[in-house]
Design a protein. Structure first.
Length: 131
């Protein structure tokens, strides 16, 4: 009795798991890029001079409606001073970066600036778009 010889398959790389992995990485990076974008869309004013802050630890933003945000979390102006004061008392070397939309009223900007001064903020940086 004669048996047919068994043909061995040529060695190769399975491509299906690699395609799955590539798609998973693609989805991971798409979601990661989406989450890393800033929450607030601000149109910053332009400026020529200045330097970028070193080690800014708190970001205070004001949108075009005048709503203030601390670290991208909404914070009413009435609570801004007390919250900043707590942060400054805990870490006196804390730097605050103020990002205000270029279309807000001057009075709204001054109210936020006064709140930072009254809270005891010493290291205040103003962020703007370079020309």
């Amino acid at each position: 009795m004669k048996f047919a010889p068994i043909k061995s398959s040529a060695g190769g790389i399975e491509i299906a798991p690699m395609v799955d992995l590539v798609f998973l990485l693609l989805i991971f990076f798409m979601i990661g890029a989406r989450l890393s974008q800033p929450v607030l869309e601000l149109d910053l004013p332009q400026g020529k001079s200045g330097s970028s802050p070193q080690g800014a630890s708190l970001v205070l933003s004001v949108d075009r409606q005048g709503q203030s945000y601390l670290q991208n979390k909404p914070l009413p102006l009435s609570e801004l001073k007390s919250t900043l004061r707590r942060e400054i008392e805990a870490r006196p070397e804390t730097r605050v970066t103020l990002k205000a939309d270029s279309s807000i009223r001057y009075g709204q900007f001054m109210a936020v600036l006064d709140a930072t001064r009254e809270a005891g903020v010493i290291n205040l940086d103003l962020e703007y778009r370079p020309e």
